[in-house]
Design a protein around this ligand. Structure first.
Ligand code: TTJ
Length: 641
């Protein structure tokens, strides 16, 4: 409880507010999985970014501490600490009032919207401990909270000081509450990738990341003075680019618009949308405005240049974006978000603004750069040609070899046709596939064995992808088609299995196969992931059989083994499972297939996006980084029970 006695009725409603956050944390941070956990860091960092946008902060430090806490420090003006009219220091209002969000100045752009910017009070409510240090007016002021409640006595209504300083800034240290979160280990890869994104979007900001949790401290500085141009440059590094990066910016309808794009010789598009520095996974109005106008402009150039003749149809939008890497970043005074994960920008004025500026600026640039224009149209022509061949091939495929549900290559289908109940396991290797077929409950579990490595879809053209036997079998089995640039034929309502479960060995090759499959789903069937249908099976690493008494136990990671060792001092025999193929049918059922006892990890869209980003690295000829990545992930792997 709060020790100080300056509390009045208003502070009681405050604490009730935070209690609501602790009761239903998902409502405020999306989930209590690792994703929600990492969100806590972003909530705090966003405040410092706001201070940067207001023109006062140039550096932000984010540190993952040894004790499992996180520290965010900036060199801004420092949160106001003086007495606020409600009889509390302003800083206390920020950390104990829902939606107060530290907006004491009139910074033009709120980062709040959707899941984001719900504020530092939410982080406070979900932390066992939170310490605030504010450097200003010559002193370091300190405040502390436990489970969201202040535990520091005010001195004449003011915060105590713990030292002197000439600097200004804010530092927050917080320890996530283990009774709220499923796991409390921040995922460094995700945090780094998000901080790097923030650096690209704020070219004058320096972000220093440190991970002190392992023996060797990791220290990385993110500073991207080239902004979103640098973002494009990095996404396209090691790729065959076909023209210089095109950049433009402008303002319309009170909305700031910045766009950078460049084409590469590949067969997919990668168009990312940001609003007020927040990534919009589901896109939205800004992307629609850009895409629609860009399609119009390129088609009209193609007609002007007589590349499209009178009788020819227009290029489709996806044709035109074939090979495009683009970042559309807007600043909106009052963003609203919709969609499954509340990451789809809903403001229609954003579409108008982006469309207007794209129309003007792209024309201005391409009028003067005919070579770039011709390269872009060449990409569209290539795509259109493949699309037409593909449309023909698809019609042939559908009419000639009518797909039969039961005789589809190696698929051992289940008996039930009730999609809600059905599961399909994608199993690496013929031998594991064979055991899984014996072990499964054929009433509702289907098994699809796949052989060895599957095709890396990032590197292949669409016709290659569709010619690949494993991929064809998967698309057929799932039943909902696929979506790629060339028209969207994906229909999630036709999905035949509620759960698609990737079953691969817990080793380097297994991780690689899972990555390739995630990349495939992410590119061609992203809704499967958005709507939570994709899972990864987590087979155990060991079986422990105690020397006397009690039953044997499956252990799913080394931590579990460590715990088991401590509990069973009497001795036990340990069986190590090297791979799925080594388990007999009964063991496979108990450990991996039986819904009552198995462990599954539900794949989130971030996992897939990350997988897609790293596929390049994994597939490259560079052996060292590959090893490193997989090692890191092997250590990181955590369990959803
Ligand atoms: C507000 O207007 C007066 C001067 O200070 C402005 C402000 O709030 N600055 C500010 C807040 N800088 N940094 C923060 C901040 C930093 C972190 C890490 C966390 C929070 C909640 C706020």
């Amino acid at each position: 409880m709060a020790k100080n006695n300056t509390y009045d009725a208003s502070s009681i409603t405050v604490l009730e507010g935070l209690e609501a956050v602790r009761k239903r944390p998902g409502m405020y941070i999306g989930s209590v999985s690792t994703k929600g956990l990492n969100h806590l860091i972003y909530e705090i960092v966003d405040n410092s970014v706001d201070e940067h946008l207001a023109g006062y902060c140039t550096e932000i430090n984010v540190t993952l501490e040894k004790d499992g806490s996180a520290t965010v420090t900036d060199n801004g003006r420092g949160i106001p600490i003086e007495m606020h009219e409600k009889g509390m220091s302003a800083e206390r209002l920020v950390f104990t009032t829902l939606h107060a969000g530290g907006k004491f100045d009139n910074s033009a752009y709120k980062t709040s919207g959707g899941l984001h910017g719900v504020g530092s009070s939410v982080v406070n409510a979900l932390s066992t401990q939170l310490t605030v240090r504010v450097k200003k007016n010559g002193f370091i002021h300190e405040d502390k909270y436990e489970q969201g409640n202040p535990v520091v006595d005010l001195v004449d209504g003011l915060l105590p000081t713990v030292g002197k300083t000439r600097e200004t800034g804010t530092s927050i240290n917080f320890l996530p509450d283990p009774t709220i979160f499923e796991k409390t280990r921040f995922k460094a890869d995700e945090v780094k990738s998000r901080l790097h994104e923030t650096a690209y979007l704020n070219p004058k900001l320096r972000i220093i990341f440190e991970d002190k949790r392992d023996e060797v401290t990791e220290h990385i500085e993110f500073h991207e003075p080239d902004g979103i141009v640098g973002f494009i440059k990095d996404m396209n590094k090691n790729k065959d680019v076909v023209h210089d990066i095109i950049y433009f910016s402008g303002e319309a309808e009170g909305i700031g618009v910045e766009v950078a794009f460049q084409y590469v010789n590949e067969f997919h598009e990668n168009v990312l949308g940001f609003c007020n520095n927040i990534y919009n996974a589901e896109g939205g109005a800004h992307l629609t405005g850009f895409k629609t106008m860009f399609t119009t402009v390129i088609n009209s150039y193609a007609r002007e240049l007589n590349i499209l003749k009178d009788k020819d149809q227009n290029f489709t939008g996806p044709d035109i974006r074939n090979g495009m890497t683009a970042v559309i970043s807007i600043k909106h005074p009052d963003p609203r978000f919709e969609g499954q994960t509340k990451t789809k920008l809903d403001n229609q004025d954003a579409s108008k603004a982006v469309s207007k500026i794209t129309g003007e600026e792209v024309t201005r640039y391409l009028d003067r750069n005919l070579d770039a224009l011709k390269s872009i149209i060449a990409c569209a022509e290539k795509a259109a040609k493949i699309r037409k061949t593909e449309e023909k091939a698809k019609t042939n495929m559908l009419t000639k070899q009518k797909f039969s549900f039961d005789s589809n290559g190696k698929l051992a289908n289940c008996e039930s046709r009730d999609a809600n109940r059905c599961e399909i396991f994608i199993v690496e290797g013929d031998s594991a596939g064979g055991s899984a077929k014996t072990a499964r409950n054929r009433a509702f579990q289907a098994i699809l064995p796949i052989r060895g490595k599957i095709l890396n879809v990032e590197k292949a053209s669409i016709d290659k992808v569709l010619a690949n036997a494993e991929i064809k079998t998967m698309i057929n089995a799932f039943g909902c088609g696929f979506s790629e640039g060339f028209g969207n034929d994906f229909d999630i309502t036709k999905l035949r299995y509620n759960k698609i479960i990737i079953m691969a060995d817990a080793d380097v090759d297994g991780a690689h196969i899972a990555t390739l499959l995630l990349t495939l789903f992410y590119r061609f069937m992203p809704e499967l992931i958005f709507e939570g249908h994709v899972y990864i099976a987590m087979p155990p690493l060991y079986k422990a059989i105690p020397n006397k008494g009690k039953e044997e136990e499956y252990l799913y990671d080394d931590l579990a083994l460590e715990r088991y060792r401590k509990k069973h001092k009497g001795g036990f025999t340990l069986q190590r499972y090297k791979g799925l193929g080594e388990m007999d049918a009964q063991q496979l059922w108990e450990t991996t297939l039986d819904p009552e006892t198995r462990m599954l990890k539900q794949v989130e869209i971030e996992d897939a996006r990350l997988a897609s980003d790293v596929t390049e690295m994994l597939m490259g000829t560079d052996v060292p980084p590959r090893k490193e990545f997989i090692h890191e992930h092997a250590v990181d792997a955590e369990l959803d029970i």
